[in-house]
Design a protein around this ligand. Sequence first.
Ligand SMILES: NC(=O)c1ccc[n+]([C@@H]2O[C@H](COP(=O)([O-])OP(=O)(O)OC[C@H]3O[C@@H](n4cnc5c(N)ncnc54)[C@H](OP(=O)(O)O)[C@@H]3O)[C@@H](O)[C@H]2O)c1
Length: 318
Amino acid sequence: MPRRVTLDAQLTPSVAESVGLPAPGAGQIRVRVVRAGVNFWEVMQRRGRVPAPADGVPGTEGVGVVDELGAGVTAPAVGDRVAWSKVPGSYADQVVGPADSFVSVPDEVDDDTAAGLLFQGTTAAYLCEAAWPVAQGDPVVVTSASGGVGLLLTQLLVARGAVVVGAVSSPDKAGASRDAGAARVLTYGGGLAEEIRTLHPEGVAAVFDAVGAGVVEPLVATLRPRGALVLYGAASGKEAQIGASDLGRGSLFLTRTAGRDYLPTSDVVAEYSRMLLALAGSGRLRVRVDRVLPLEDTMAAWDALESRRSIGKILLAP
Ligand SMILES: NC(=O)c1ccc[n+]([C@@H]2O[C@H](COP(=O)([O-])OP(=O)(O)OC[C@H]3O[C@@H](n4cnc5c(N)ncnc54)[C@H](OP(=O)(O)O)[C@@H]3O)[C@@H](O)[C@H]2O)c1
């Protein structure tokens, strides 16, 4: 019997069985899910901060094996190993979606890496390549540096030649940021901006932030003239409070990004995804896996993310 996670009216997850396999329609494929990736997005759905999943089944990313093609599909083929980051209903043992939402996984990339790479990796890639292209030698700050996006963003920034200062909530999370390539890792607190100014007296080229209110506002003062504040999340629960007068102190740039504007089509997502899988396959990009849990433990996975006990990716095994 196919199994999937569903949410009740209180947005509490449980595993349900359904009769019959989901059938792929024209242009779609069905995939047997091997691992599903857990993301902060699902925590925000549970908290009512973003809309709940349309069909009640959470999850958008994973890795698996193609087991049926809908009419008109010529690739991928049955038996191919594929990964995806934008297919709803991925907390399940079967997922159905448009064929062009899936990319083939190179043999060198293991299942856990493929399942944990694409949602956060495409975000990290658009941030440092499109939202604010970082140049060789640029000093930059990455907050939430031990989170999934933060770890991948740090690796991509270092690969572009940037010098990364990682900022994390506690010293026990510093090692992960350092392993990802951060030259220095600092913790949040009253003196963070001063510590960054001491490391980079001329100011940094960009601050990439996913925490929001409380942490990022003082970091405006660490930017060099014409530097950029790139906000892509508000994990603290509140958006940063930054106004035009704050930017006037150095002709600064401010953006608050959303994936839909930088990853608007399956072609763009697929291009970034192939680039990320190629980097992972050659050992130049690593996914840190925190733990792998059965679908039944979805609530425990979300609790671990929300309580900030995890470092790296949590995956579900159907
Ligand atoms: N705009 C986009 O396109 C986009 C795409 C993906 C994700 N995001 C956002 O980016 C953020 C991080 O996502 P992720 O996938 O990296 O998540 P993740 O792997 O689950 O990591 C969560 C991160 O958020 C931090 N965090 C959690 N609760 C916090 C709190 N109350 N105060 C301060 N920091 C807190 C954690 O910091 P510690 O580890 O230090 O506790 C950790 O670094 C989320 O806000 C998410 O919504 C945005």
